[in-house]
Design a protein around this ligand. Structure first.
Ligand SMILES: [Zn+2]
Ligand SMILES: [Zn+2]
Length: 305
């Protein structure tokens, strides 16, 4: 995003950050109500949903924090800006959800054998609030535009279904004495949480390891670069991503002949067009003229004994 873009979107960013901040505080307050409610009613299913909502609160808090950070842009120390901070956030989120899941399983698994008697009417009240809160949030976000809003709506639908399941179990428990249903539902909800956390973690690992991002081919970019007029070969080419979305390309270009200033500018213009076509936002390219020894191979030779 250029400086001009940042200025025109400034107002939009402020309101977006405000909305996310609001969602964060609402979600966090409701999560606290759930933990206390789960403890008071003795329902492990509600505790499981509380862990899920703790994860949601963390996601909102993280989005809110980064929305504000991204307004600040890059700094002297964090010269790339704060894109990579979202990776740290994803890692923390996975740790919180895994820790929370272990906590719920420790509570729920022994109750599969020896179920207590959860307070069914208390559970009904909490489940009704849960369905209501998530349904309201879903209807509100459903009206906004954009890919992100659609994903959030889908997620909130999952949350509504989760609370509906708690409601069904609570109503059944009011009329029949099948207390094992509560820990069973808790284990089911926890497995869904764990599966999601592990899936997120797995998609983050290649970004940590600076793998070539999905949806772009290093081979194709190198082939296109070698197809540029005056380019003999390409080496030391890398494509990686800071946050899993934005892509960075670096390479050395060996030229067939020396270029004057005008041809040099034209080559740079073509490289810029090439990387843009491949969806790469940021590129750094080193030029080598015929007969020039590559700095990298030279440094390697010096390191060898
Ligand atoms: Zn959720
Ligand atoms: Zn080189």
């Amino acid at each position: 995003m250029s400086a001009g873009d940042a200025q025109t979107h400034d107002h939009h960013h402020h309101t977006a950050a405000g909305n996310i901040g609001m969602a964060f505080f609402l979600n966090l307050s409701f999560t606290l109500v759930e933990f206390v409610g789960g403890w008071l009613t003795g329902s492990t299913a509600i505790l499981a949903d509380a862990v899920h909502d703790l994860g949601d609160s963390f996601a909102f808090g993280q989005a809110w924090y980064f929305e504000r950070l991204s307004l600040a842009g890059q700094s002297e120390r964090y010269s790339y800006g704060y894109r990579r901070f979202s990776l740290v956030g994803a890692l923390l989120s996975a740790l919180i959800l895994t820790g929370g899941s272990v906590f719920v399983l420790v509570q729920a698994v022994p109750r599969l054998v020896d179920p207590g008697t959860p307070d069914a009417s208390g559970m009904v009240v909490l489940a009704l609030i849960g369905v209501g809160v998530n349904l309201l949030a879903m209807l509100r976000i459903g009206k906004t535009e954009g890919m992100n809003a659609r994903l959030v709506t889908l997620h909130l639908l999952e949350d509504v279904l989760g609370w509906a399941a708690v409601l069904v179990v609570a109503v059944v428990l009011m009329f029949w004495d099948i207390p094992v249903l509560d820990p069973l539902l808790a284990v089911a909800i926890t497995l869904v949480i764990l599966f999601g956390a592990l899936r997120n973690l797995r998609s983050m690992l290649p970004v940590f390891l600076q793998a070539v991002p999905e949806g772009v081919s290093l081979e194709a970019v190198v082939r296109d670069a070698e197809g540029l007029e005056g380019v003999r070969a390409v080496h030391s080419a890398h494509i990686w991503s800071q946050d899993g979305r934005q892509k960075v390309f670096t390479a050395h270009l060996e030229l067939e002949r020396e270029l004057d200033a005008c041809a040099y500018t034209e080559l740079k213009r073509r490289i810029a067009g090439l990387v843009r076509r491949h969806g790469i936002e940021h590129s750094t390219v080193e030029i080598e003229y015929p007969g020039e020894v590559c700095r990298i191979t030279e440094e390697k030779k010096e390191e060898e004994p």
